[in-house]
Design a protein around this ligand. Structure first.
Ligand code: AMP
Length: 287
């Protein structure tokens, strides 16, 4: 496995692979790799000849400097995990290499960035779209894998790849969960033992909504079922829960029979435990 810190070196290697007729699969990450990331790497390996993983904690997408400063950065463990997963190249640039003096361009997502997480995290998706555009430019992948855990991010990146003719196929990978149902996240290591136990309220709340949706089309009733679970957990501080169209990400107020039957409806939530913010989402009408 080879590691690159300069975008130019990364791109030169990628061009060599392309010239040799190899397809490149790409998994962008912020490191602190867990088995969710490893599942994305395995997915990329099934779809391409060589896999590149980027590890970069992107300052542009953090709205709180404390969250950026406390984000875990176990780089040696991450490099070992990539090597163990059969990754061909790791791209781990410095912030200075990605945002050198004079850097000024931003990618601004459209309406997809203005709902759900958007109002709660000003500038976040602009930061995400900008760094992903840069990473795609350096890695030149044929296919890039993103987790459905960050469903809005996946939708925004898919739209960006289409709108900007980036020539890369974007794949969404299902959410990888711990045995108790909590979605794996690099931020989970920052939860205390009690908070980690309490975090089970997040997937439980989404499951309660799925159950409620069997009996009613009224989204307020469905969301209330989810809220009741989170409010019943003293360590949880609820931020939002929303039922949304999986394509437009627009909030749904009343479910139609078509939405029920053709299943492009999801429920998403953000919940705080201490100073750790967890997000999760799932299909409201699982097959
Ligand atoms: P991050 O390092 O948190 O920025 O995540 C890098 C990629 O891994 C993103 O596409 C995430 O959506 C994805 N990811 C993170 N956690 C999970 C998970 N539990 N299941 C599936 N994908 C995930």
């Amino acid at each position: 496995m080879i590691t690159f810190s300069s975008p130019a070196d990364m791109r030169a290697w990628a061009e060599q692979q392309r010239c040799a007729g190899k397809t490149i699969g790409f998994v962008p990450t912020m490191g602190a790799l867990h088995s969710g990331h490893v599942a994305l790497i395995a997915d990329a390996a099934r779809r391409a000849d060589v896999v590149v993983v980027s590890i970069f904690v992107n300052p542009l997408q953090f709205n709180e400097s404390t969250d950026f400063d406390s984000y875990p950065r176990p780089i040696d463990d991450d490099v070992a995990a990539c090597s163990g997963a059969g990754v061909a190249a790791v791209f781990a640039p410095t912030a200075g290499a990605m945002y050198p003096p004079g850097f000024q361009t931003r990618v601004l997502p459209g309406p997809l960035g203005e709902v759900m997480e958007g109002p709660n995290r000003p500038g976040h998706f602009e930061g995400v779209a900008t760094i992903v555009a840069k990473l795609l430019g350096a890695v030149r992948p044929h296919v890039a894998i993103f987790g459905q855990k960050d469903f809005q991010q996946l939708r925004i990146i898919t739209q960006m790849a289409t709108d900007l003719e980036l020539g890369v196929e974007i794949i969404g990978h299902p959410i990888v969960r711990d045995p108790d149902g909590v979605a794996q996240s690099s931020r989970n290591v920052r939860l205390s033992a009690a908070e980690r136990r309490a975090a089970i309220a997040v997937p439980h709340s989404l499951n309660a909504a799925v159950l409620a949706a069997k009996d009613t089309d009224d989204v307020e009733v469905i969301v209330s079922a989810a809220l009741a679970v989170v409010i019943g957990e003293p360590l949880a501080k609820h931020e939002y829960t929303t039922v949304f169209d999986a394509t437009t990400l627009e909030a749904i107020v009343t479910l139609t029979q078509a939405q029920r039957s053709f299943g492009k409806v999801r429920i998403g939530t953000a919940v705080w435990f201490g100073d750790v913010r967890l997000i999760d989402n799932r299909d409201l009408f699982p097959a």
